[in-house]
Design a protein around this ligand. Structure first.
Ligand SMILES: Nc1ncnc2c1ncn2[C@@H]1O[C@H](COP(=O)(O)OP(=O)(O)OP(=O)(O)O)[C@@H](O)[C@H]1O
Length: 590
């Protein structure tokens, strides 16, 4: 990409922040005006000094000294007061803008399809939600304002200098121009390294997060040292990139210190000769040097501010990368309400599914009906697509062909909220959140009463152990419920699935983590719930098959056989073979 294109793309990225800033534009403009006024006050101080030196100091007449001195003090107070006010009036908009963008990002993450989350590392999302948004906040609060103000101050200061004395102005300009050119070159290099550091930071966050979540697996397999080495390697890479950033910055700062000093030396040289031949006053030289010193921050900062601007452009790119992801699983433009009253009649009609364009088709024409109140167990060899099929019922992904209906209404034509009131799920891996038991169960339905929660816990055989927790329903369960046993977590996940009394229950083998005794208890309880509900249950164990009225066998992306367990056992060789590969007590197989 050439330089013009790069600038255009950084500008385009920053321009996209416009709508986020629009509600606060008056305050932002006021902040720029206040900062401009403060800088002007600062620029006037050297002119007052010139008056003092060429007046009272040169003539020895101190009678008129009071006004310029008061003027300097007043200008100082105005400058300080305006800087304070700028910070104060910007605090609210910048933190609000950051919070709003963070909320929007979180909302987008909730609405993006599972396929997106399968593709993206969570650490990358975390670093976008935290580090990148804080870069954007500091850009709005500081960098953007000073980029405008410092550029104007630089031009205004040079105009004042040229007005004081042409040659003094030229000397400062001769120092400033190469500095700005050098800064611009460094800034371009810095941008590339800054983006690399942001991405590496995201990778590092992913490793830390995954190691924290998977700590049990890592310990059990003794993989801690391996992960530690991976982490150390990533940390060293990030350090290398940060060192590269520091090297670029050091060279820039070298130029930033050297060139203005040379400019001041030049001013002193020109000024002293001019004073000697009587074409300049001492006051003018001191004023010019003071202005040149005052212009050092606006000059020095241009490169750094441009680098920060580029860093913000890449933070904005990273933010909008996520925000631009299409919400492929979304409400239809003209939703159809579910049938009323709902019966929970679930039908798969020639359902096809593939994960992405061109990838292998996992489901290749699934036809299956689950009648109201019926429980159908879904069996199939590993990788045959059972989990995929169940995920389609709650639209965690959308079918790529055919359709799924509930009571004759295509689920793709309902709102997601309506569909997810009708359909509830429990997964093989029960995920619990860092919250109270009550909050974890109430995820299943937003307006659950304590009575409904307790009823769901009783059915899932979880009421006793929850009752024994130190604060009952209010007990906070650790991150992902790690302080509970696998069986306890699974029972809470089941309670969550049934608390909203859905018409259709989809269970992706939620019994797999339970011991034989507890599994039997939950199965007994489930039988009660399943009476009034349509259920599709993925079964990995023959004992789970016992829950079902009928069994559907998935093979080669289609339903290869449907019938009762005994029918299939008696008449289907493939079913018998499949069951023989599953882990089960002998008595269940017959
Ligand atoms: N995100 C994904 N992208 C591409 N392929 C995937 C993805 N997730 C799963 N698959 C593939 O889809 C196929 C079906 O997977 P699925 O998890 O539905 O099988 P399953 O029958 O539930 O298996 P198991 O009994 O082992 O749980 C597998 O071949 C799997 O590798």
């Amino acid at each position: 990409m050439n330089q013009a294109k790069e600038h255009a793309s950084a500008y385009a990225s920053l321009k996209r922040l416009g709508p986020c800033l629009r509600p606060w534009r008056r305050r932002l403009i006021l902040a720029i005006v206040l900062t401009m006024t403060a800088m002007t006050a600062g620029l006037l101080i050297p002119l007052a000094i010139q008056r003092i030196l060429d007046g009272p100091v040169a003539t020895g007449d101190t009678s008129g000294l009071i006004w310029p001195v008061l003027g300097v003090a007043l200008l100082g107070c105005v400058e300080a007061g305006l800087f304070y006010t700028r910070r104060k009036i910007l605090a609210k908009p910048t933190t609000r803008i950051e919070a709003r963008m963070r909320e929007d990002l979180y909302d987008q993450l909730q609405r993006l399809p599972i396929a997106f989350h399968d593709r993206w590392q969570s650490g990358q999302l975390l670093s976008r939600a935290v580090a990148d948004l804080s870069i954007i906040r500091s850009f709005i609060a500081f960098v953007a304002i000073f980029l405008v103000v410092n550029s104007i101050t630089l031009v205004a200061g040079l105009v004042v200098l040229f007005t004081l004395n042409f040659w003094l102005g030229l000397t400062v300009l001769a120092g400033a121009l190469p500095l700005i050119a050098i800064s611009t070159v460094f800034e371009r290099k810095y941008k590339v390294v800054a983006r690399l550091a942001q991405d590496q930071d995201g990778d590092l966050a992913t490793t830390v997060e995954e190691s924290a979540l998977g700590i049990r697996v890592l310990k059990a397999f003794g993989r801690g040292p391996h992960l530690a080495r991976k982490f150390a390697k990533q940390a060293v890479e990030l350090r290398g990139t940060e060192m590269h950033k520091i090297r670029i910055n050091s060279l820039l700062w070298g130029a930033i210190v050297l060139l203005p000093e040379i400019g001041i030396a030049g001013q002193l040289l020109v000024g002293t000769f001019s004073i000697a031949d009587g074409t300049m006053t001492v006051g003018t030289l001191v004023a010019a040097v003071t202005i040149a010193t005052y212009l050092r921050w606006p000059t020095d900062s241009i490169g750094w501010l441009l680098a920060e601007t580029n860093q913000t452009a890449s933070a904005a790119d990273r933010y909008f990368e996520v925000m631009d992801e299409p919400r492929t699983v979304a409400d239809p433009p003209e939703p159809v309400p579910p049938a009323a009253p709902a019966h929970g009649y679930l039908r798969f009609e020639n359902v096809h599914f593939r994960h992405s364009e061109g990838s292998k088709e996992i489901l290749r024409g699934v036809d299956l009906e689950v009648r109201p109140g019926e429980t159908v167990a879904l069996v199939g060899s590993t990788g045959s697509g059972k989990t995929t099929l169940t995920a389609l019922v709650a639209r965690l992904a959308d079918v790529t062909g055919g359709r799924i209906t509930v009571d004759g209404v295509d689920i793709a034509s309902m709102t997601l909220a309506d569909l997810r009131t009708l359909v509830s799920m429990a997964f093989e891996e029960p995920v619990l959140f860092s919250a109270s038991v009550r909050e974890n169960i109430a995820l299943g339905t937003t307006d659950a009463t304590d009575e409904q929660i307790l009823q769901a816990l009783r059915i899932a055989q979880a009421a006793d152990f929850v009752g024994n927790l130190p604060w009952g329903l209010d007990t906070r369960i650790g991150e992902q419920g790690l302080s509970l046993s696998g069986g306890q977590r699974q029972r809470l996940a089941l309670a969550r699935a049934i608390v909203g009394r859905p018409e259709i229950l989809v269970l992706d083998d939620p019994l797999s983590a339970l011991d034989v005794h507890t599994e039997a208890e939950v199965e007994r309880a489930l039988r009660e719930v399943l009476t009034g509900v349509t259920a599709l249950v993925v079964a990995h164990r023959p004992s789970t098959v016992q829950l079902a009225d009928r069994v559907a066998m998935l093979a080669d992306g289609r339903i290869a056989a449907v019938g009762t367990h005994s029918e299939l056992l008696a008449g289907n060789t493939a079913y018998r073979t499949l069951l023989s590969t599953l882990d089960a007590p002998e008595e269940v197989r017959t």
